[in-house]
Write a protein that binds this ligand. Structure first.
Ligand SMILES: [Zn+2]
Length: 109
């Protein structure tokens, strides 16, 4: 019998962030960054390299709805956003994150 006591665990350092919507901690690369630009707009930061204070959301429509609702986003980014900025993000979410969701199409406006 052999007893191997040399086990080298290589822990890779994976940056993690909390999703604003579901509050789950996930790998940063699995999340989408929302950044507060110097102009005070909310932008989706695909590269994750834009300057500004950012927060993270899962690529799941539900998380965006939860995160953009109320004042969570304002709290996370320490500012207040107008409805327009929020709607732009929701529009992005609905265009890019909507899966095969079956149901009645919501119409806003
Ligand atoms: Zn989430």
């Amino acid at each position: 019998m052999k007893s191997t006591s040399s086990s080298s665990h290589r822990t890779r350092h994976v940056p993690q962030r909390t999703c604003l919507g579901c509050r789950q901690i996930k790998a940063k690369r699995e999340l989408i960054r929302i950044v507060n630009t110097p102009g005070g707009n909310l932008e989706v930061d695909i590269t994750g390299k834009k300057a500004g204070r950012g927060t993270y959301l899962c690529p799941i429509l539900e998380c965006w709805e939860a995160g953009l609702k109320g004042n969570r986003l304002d709290y996370a980014l320490r500012t207040s956003f107008n409805q327009e900025s929020r709607q732009q993000l929701m529009q992005y979410a609905e265009e890019h994150l909507r899966g095969a969701a079956s149901g009645p199409g919501k119409k806003t406006g």
